[in-house]
Design a protein around this ligand. Sequence first.
Ligand SMILES: Cc1ncc(COP(=O)(O)O)c(C=O)c1O
Length: 684
Amino acid sequence: MKTVAIIQARMGSTRLPGKVLADLGGKPVLAWVVRAARAALGIDDVWVATSTESSSDPVANWCKVNGVHVHRGSENDALDRYVGAAKAGGAQIIVRLTADCPLLDAAVIAQTIRLRSVMGVDYASNIDPPTWPDGLDCEVLTAQALFAAAAEATRSSDREHVTSFVRNNRDRFSADTLISPLPGLTGERWTLDTPEDLALLSALAKRLSPDHPPSYLEVLAVLDREPQLRDLNRSATRNSGFVASVTAEKITTNRRYNRSQRLIERAERVVPTGSQTFSKSKLQFPPGASPLFLTHGDGGRVYDVDGNEYIDLVSALLPNVLGYRDPDVDLAIRRQLNRGISFSLPTTLETELAERLTRHIPCAEMVRFGKNGTDATSAAVRLARAATKRDRLILLGYHGWQDWYIGATTRNLGVPVAVSALSHLAPYGDLDAIEALFRTHPDEFAAVMLEPMNTVEPPPGYLQGLKDLVHRHGALLIFDEIITGFRWSIGGAQAIYGVTPDLACFGKAMGNGMPISAVAGPAKIMRLMEDIFYSGTFGGETLSLAAAIATIDKIENANVIEYLWATGAELKTQALARIVKADLADLLGLTGAAPWAILTFKDHPEASKEAIKTVFLREMIAAGVLINASHNVCFAHGSADVARVLAAYDHALAVLRETLDRGDIDRRLGNQVIRPVFSVRAAS
Ligand SMILES: Cc1ncc(COP(=O)(O)O)c(C=O)c1O
């Protein structure tokens, strides 16, 4: 397989014109890159791909003088330029390097080439997710993948950035990533984009051996000796060129879901509802007007099987608190993966994570882990029943799929009547309703379990009043913090509202997408775990434990909670302003707290609230925002994402307004309306 390094180089650069031929330690930047490419094991030939513009003549001349093959092509269509170079060089495997990375490490390039061939994938890189210093970028792909991308990619950012089409179509192109063995390198910036970068690179070039291409360890050794060098270019951001070209894109509303529609038919033959999770199933999205399967996510965005990109306001139903493929959490998972997954005895990761939870959660002296939130809520119920020797429960909100909860709802098929009879639902914010239940069944209630907040703020004194009431009747107060935990604050809503429950349940965001949950409480109740039975094969599975430790550390160290509140508030305020401006405030609202603002819909003389919801979601999705019933913001949602969501609001509200004005929506939508299967919270 002929493997050809193709180095992308042109003289045009807005921030640093002519940078590829700038002098670095006595030779041009491009010479550094060519030298590294030639030194990399596995590379058969080296080509430079530059533009046909006369401004790039110096690059072509330099190549000629120095015996480097050169191909010239379109200035803006870099993808096409790569195809030209690949064909000219007879490449079967293409190693994409860019001329703004003078400190490329030949060994890292060689490892990426080897990774692609060992794994047999279409595409391998060391940038997706980034774990190496910015400036060691290396991508290896097959000629078939490159040619397919060139034939199909239509977005300007895909043409300009060569590999983004391949990376964003994971269902078609298999991929793998070379992960750095050393953590904490993503903050290093060794790429050349600004005069400040040139200052750093020049300083490094002076200190590195002129005899061979540098290894990244040599560069790190220089920076370890003189850490102040990093100040020379500290202000620049990673991959700013790509961010700029993506955010400049206009919102489009022409998404297609053909593959999703085909794949759901296949899925439904073997998977009831075609989904493992009710709220991710097709029942929850506008029929025929929504993606049904995703291929991958990146930060705050997801990509569907038809190749559409979305800002993701579902966030995997809230586990995705930091963003998809968070580099710190993923690194923790990969490092643990090297050691093994599930073991024959506990690991100390269990203790490490438990210690963190007891530090952050007011009610937690001891904790036990589970996989789903339902594990934690069911364990809390069993503890409460064991502690009080009573059976009945009062429940507010949603608590999972087990008999003791779902039996009390309208979706109770398959639950024994005797079990359902023990569970009583009560409205949020109404102490009298709970008092009445206690009086109807004196000394029979083990616990009151509630989400401390979902659609509305607790009325003043409500949570403390509830705690007093519950204790007066000899029962326990359980906070279901599956959503509020690691979102309202690390310690959940109890840390914010200053009311400490007897037991609390956590899940969702705890592992940034890995399956892990926890029940927490004081030692005197938690020690009953020694007598009851709460035990599962996978309770101590280590990838999730490692992920949770890394997630909690990052939430703490990166001020994630403040970010969620601020971003959520910005989005909620701006969206509400648009709803008011569109004169739709009577029909559409946003309630709840900023980190989890919940959409509400009301009936209109011309349309049911279900029809209104269907039209609104359909148009938000068409405009590139995957949304269900709420704004589930994550740490990776940046200002460009917020702007895209608001642009989608503008579009969806305009369509809704027009649709309402035309009237008779329900009849026109027919069976295209999302029908609620059951409602568990007042606003939903
Ligand atoms: C408040 C609350 N409690 C419990 C659960 C159940 O968690 P899981 O679906 O992980 O079992 C959920 C899930 O949505 C939830 O929102």
